[in-house]
Design a protein around this ligand. Structure first.
Ligand code: HEM
Ligand code: FES
Length: 433
């Protein structure tokens, strides 16, 4: 699409936002997250030179000069660009950039394996077409919790999926809690998928998940024409073996002591522990069967319901805007371009913010910036009350009988934090004016 702007000081990201082009900007345009990157196809000489922050990132990550950060670049003439990050999956794969590709690197990672129990029975009793369809639905459901909790999908082996956590992080507690939140998220996602599969195919999928924390070698491996990001090492095998033990021990999620140790004492709800010798290993290892956090934070609880809430993002958004405009009709006038594309951005933003709140990596600055920008959209501080009320009503409308007090309270706290950060940013802008 072709767009024109008369503002020479506008960044490429500002131009996208002004023209309703869904352009990722996790850190709110502060040169930290790199999700706003674009590839320059033509007109590079019309672009402003890289800011210091952009130059540092480009050097550290080995970008070729055609990649630019949209939030750090402005144009003084015609340019042709392509967005690079279009989905949660590409955003997450960018994390592999922090690894020296050719040389390989040793990393401390949380490694998660998940597989489908009784896959052979399922494959035998369904047509090939249905098996592929079910497998894709399965991987689709399982992938999101990995991506949303700071992980990447490393690879698939048949009906097994492997997630890695910690490629762009060095804090073991954060890495391990991300992996565990992903595991709980996967169980929730499978429960939701099963409701559907029971109706359409009369089947239920059961899964087993193993999580371990340790060292792994990561890098691109393979024939020069087909190099793939790969993870290898003893601890990777251990994670896979832990996953195989879930069946034997009758547990859905098993984590090693190495993972549990990285979290605050007593933070996991442990249903059983077992010292065991994994196949092919010389030493015993302690495994813990876990079924949740002992005292989950409101963000974790909100994250658990976000999948169900945003199963149909456009329905959710339409309902939300209808509720908000019913409560305060004058707000409709602010959405000069309608709420169609806006709904997709809002749903996406909610999903990634709710997951990010636990670690607050780019989320704090991203939300403050968004609050500041909302002043420019005509949003007054007082409107935030209406947003909150309309969002809680929409959550209740969409969840129906499934809305528990716990979920409602978790959203109430989560919205306070999101809106609080946006108001902080907006307040700074009001003071500036
Ligand atoms: C307090 C009530 C709010 C109002 C009245 C409001 C209204 C608006 C308006 C008028 C726009 C510009 C639309 C256009 O140019 O057509 C916008 C953009 C946007 N809003 Fe809101 N908004 C509110 C709160 C929020 C919250 C709480 C979030 C997310 C958690 C959010 C997420 C977004 C996003 C992602 C955009 C796209 C542009 C950008 O990223 O800067 N908004 N909003
Ligand atoms: S680096 Fe541009 S939005 Fe984060």
């Amino acid at each position: 699409m072709t767009v024109e702007t008369g503002r020479l000081d506008a960044t490429l990201l500002d131009v996208s936002i002004a023209h309703k082009i869904t352009h990722w900007h996790e850190c709110g345009g502060n040169g930290r997250c790199t999700t706003c990157r674009v590839r320059v196809l033509d007109g590079a000489s019309h672009l402003s030179p890289p800011t210091r922050r952009e130059a540092e990132l480009a050097q550290a990550r080995g970008w070729d000069p055609t990649i630019r950060l949209a939030c750090q670049t402005s144009a003084s003439g015609d340019v042709t660009l392509e967005r690079i990050v279009l989905s949660e999956a590409t955003a997450s794969q960018l994390r592999t950039e922090t690894v020296g590709r050719e040389a390989g690197a040793e990393r401390r990672l949380a490694i998660l394996f998940c597989d489908m129990r009784d896959f052979t029975a399922l494959a035998d009793s369904n047509s090939a077409f249905d098996v592929v369809h079910i497998l894709n639905r399965f991987f689709d459901a399982l992938g999101d919790p990995i991506l949303l909790n700071g992980g990447i999908i490393s690879h698939y082996v048949g009906d097994q999926i492997c997630g890695l956590f910690g490629l762009d992080d060095a804090d073991p507690a954060r890495i391990c809690s991300g992996a565990i939140r992903a595991a709980f998220g996967m169980v929730e996602a499978i429960d939701r998928l099963n409701e559907d599969l029971a109706r359409s195919f009369g089947i239920r999928i059961r899964i087993g998940i193993g999580v371990h924390f340790g060292n792994a070698i990561v890098g691109d491996v393979g024939h020069p024409t087909l190099r793939r990001f790969t993870v290898i090492g003893d601890d990777v095998n251990t994670a896979s073996r832990i996953e195989s033990m879930t069946k034997e021990l009758g547990a859905t999620i098993l984590v090693s002591r190495a993972v549990a140790e990285r979290l605050a004492e007593g933070s996991l709800s442990v249903t059983a522990t077992k010292m065991t010798r994994l196949r092919g290993k010389r030493n015993d290892i302690e495994l813990l069967a876990v079924d949740g956090f002992a005292d989950p934070s409101p963000f974790t609880l909100a994250q658990r319901s976000v999948g169900r809430l945003l199963d149909h993002p456009s329905t959710f958004a339409a309902q939300f805007y209808a509720n908000m405009f019913a409560m305060r009709p004058e707000l409709e006038g602010l959405f000069v371009n309608g709420t169609g594309a806006q709904g997709a951005m809002l749903s996406h933003m909610l999903r990634s913010v709710v997951s990010g709140l636990e670690t607050r990596k780019h989320v704090t600055i991203g939300l403050q910036t968004m609050g500041r920008k909302h002043v420019g959209y005509g949003v007054e501080l007082d409107y935030y009350r209406t947003f909150r009320a309309a969002m809680l009503k929409t959550i209740s409308d969409v969840m129906g009988a499934g809305l528990t007090r716990e979920i409602e309270e978790s959203w109430s706290v989560t919205l306070d934090v999101i809106l609080g950060l946006m108001k902080e940013g907006a307040g700074a802008e009001f003071r500036r004016n």
